[in-house]
Design a protein around this ligand. Structure first.
Ligand SMILES: [Zn+2]
Length: 110
């Protein structure tokens, strides 16, 4: 009985809850940051909320969801209109590189 009271007292200690809350907030923040970098922020938040810093490692190993820029081949958010690295128009650049790929394939078959 005394053991249970001690247990209960410890569980109701506000400092424990403060630390647990701070730990969770920091974990989710880190997961969101790593997920954002990979273009998968929601997934990062969920994994970090469930597993804490272990979730960071899992999210860090996820494949990036970012589309590669045809000009500089760096990652951009899906649906982005201009590259955030070299500021090229992504729609035009994609069409241009598709045309040059087609031309290249035609030249190869000749
Ligand atoms: Zn670019």
């Amino acid at each position: 009985m005394r053991m249970n009271e001690a247990c209960l007292k410890m569980l109701l200690d506000p400092t424990l809850w403060l630390w647990a809350t701070a730990f969770t907030v920091v974990s989710i923040g880190g997961g969101a940051l790593i997920g954002w970098y990979k273009g998968r922020m929601t997934v990062g938040i969920i994994w970090a909320a469930v597993l804490g810093p272990l979730g960071w490692i899992i999210v860090a190993f996820f494949k990036s969801n970012l589309a590669a820029c045809p000009e500089c081949s760096k990652g951009n958010r899906p649906g982005a209109r201009t590259c955030r690295h070299c500021a090229v128009d992504l729609e035009q650049a994609t069409a241009r590189s598709a045309r040059s790929r087609l031309r290249g394939a035609k030249n190869d078959s000749r």
